[in-house]
Design a binder for this molecule. Structure first.
Ligand code: SF4
Ligand code: SF4
Length: 336
């Protein structure tokens, strides 16, 4: 592991160096709070936020992307994503963990999603360890933590007047070595402060019992249980769109002036139309069954298929559900 320190006053110099190597995406203030965006030539970034409103998955699996287009000759032309290098700075550790999970879905020995994979291969993820987790964060219940390194290439700790950078992957180590002239060796005090930041943040996080959920779900077959859980759900899909691990998508075709486009868009199992068949039959016509599907997929099916519960405890679905449905309470009810 390469561990280096950077004086805060030199952060813009590091950004300038990174911008010579890649497109730099970082935390920028916007109307949603702080969001990942291209960092401008001035190197300005916001460093005070709990998490982004929108999940990191969108950097690799956009909400809407053209897969194929046709020219005037009507022949299909693949619209390949850019393979230009990208450095993503400031993602939170829970979001990096979600990318580690999505990697398992998007590529295995049978097939690879080339659109996702090309972006993944071109990216370096530098996470920013959490110093002020939100009241709705519960990553430590799911194997994560404010300084978890799963899915990251480099992890960075904000100590106020300086930053500590630690390599996680070989890609991250190469990145730090390439830029090592800008860094210095951390002082003992900085190493202690970095450890304290991690333990203080962990203490702020609520912990809920999750590990037994895959087994508990196997016996939750009473429709009345799911009816009660989904009673106030509006089927709006916010929980799935904003979830960093949800990955269902749909395609549609669109006619344009000089041909047609095939477009991939995120989809949501909480929508009434999600599995509606062309005949009009809908196997999950009521929200009771859709709620069950969402919870089963996250806490049981992915556990069976990938050995992971596909929730990283980011809390986005809690913050953004218009009906104040709290997944921590759902899990508690499943386990009661
Ligand atoms: S289920 Fe909710 S808390 Fe868990 S990862 Fe998805 S949005 Fe975050
Ligand atoms: S955000 Fe809340 S209301 Fe909307 S679909 Fe999810 S659980 Fe239902």
């Amino acid at each position: 592991v390469v561990e280096l320190a950077l004086d805060m006053k030199n952060l813009k110099k590091l950004v300038a160096a990174m911008q010579k190597q890649a497109t730099v995406r970082g935390p920028k203030t916007d109307r949603s709070g702080v969001a990942l965006a291209d960092v401008g030539a001035n190197g300005e970034m916001a460093l005070d936020y709990a998490n982004f409103q929108l999940p990191l998955k969108r950097e690799f699996f956009p909400q809407c992307e053209v897969i194929y287009g046709t020219g005037p000759d009507r022949n299909p032309v693949a619209k390949e994503p850019s393979t230009e290098p990208v450095i993503i700075f400031g993602a939170r550790p829970c979001d990096a963990q979600s990318i580690d999970y999505l990697d398992k879905v998007m590529s295995d020995e049978r097939s690879t999603d080339p659109y996702y994979q090309k972006r993944r291969d071109a990216a370096i993820i530098i996470t920013l360890a959490c110093d002020s987790p939100a009241a709705t964060c519960f990553c430590t219940s799911l194997g994560g933590g404010p300084a978890s390194t799963v899915g990251a290439d480099v992890i960075c700790f904000n100590l106020g007047t300086s930053l500590i950078f630690e390599s996680v992957s070989a890609k991250g180590e190469t990145f730090l070595k390439k830029n090592e002239k800008l860094f210095r060796t951390p002082t003992e005090k900085e190493v202690d402060t970095r450890k304290k930041l991690e333990s203080d943040s962990e203490k702020k996080l609520s912990k809920i019992p999750v590990s037994g959920t895959p087994d508990s779900l196997k016996s939750k077959n009473d429709p009345a249980f799911w009816e009660a859980l989904s009673e106030t759900c509006l089927s709006c899909g916010a929980c799935t769109y904003l979830c960093p691990t949800c990955h269902c998508f749909d395609f549609f075709e669109e006619n344009v002036a000089d041909g047609a486009l095939k477009v991939r868009v995120h989809d949501a199992c909480m929508f009434e139309s999600f599995v509606k068949e062309a005949s009009g039959h809908n196997p999950r016509a009521n929200k009771r069954d859709r709620m069950r599907q969402r919870i089963m997929h996250k806490f049981s099916y992915t556990h069976d298929n990938f050995g992971k519960i596909f929730c990283v405890g980011c809390g986005r679905c809690i913050v953004n559900c218009p009906s104040t449905i709290d997944i921590r309470e759902t899990v508690a009810k499943v386990n009661s």
